[in-house]
Design a protein. Sequence first.
Length: 86
Amino acid sequence: MPDDPKAAPTVGTLPGFDRITFEPGKMGGRACIRGLRITVGLIVGLVADGASRDGILADYPDLEPEDIRQALTYAAWLAREEIALG
């Protein structure tokens, strides 16, 4: 029953991104990895700052190599979106 305030939060995923989850009450609804409180933005930011995959996995032991790959793939997919100006 979706209108029930006691119902479990809705977890959403996108086709092709089974490790990327969205939950309204978690991390402000931002894209997270497998329901963890680790956002795609955090992972992409770490990579952009020069962190290695092995370093990220050591710092975040709940992550798996496929999580990092899918976070980067998702970010690349978002960057391909067209924006209509004017």
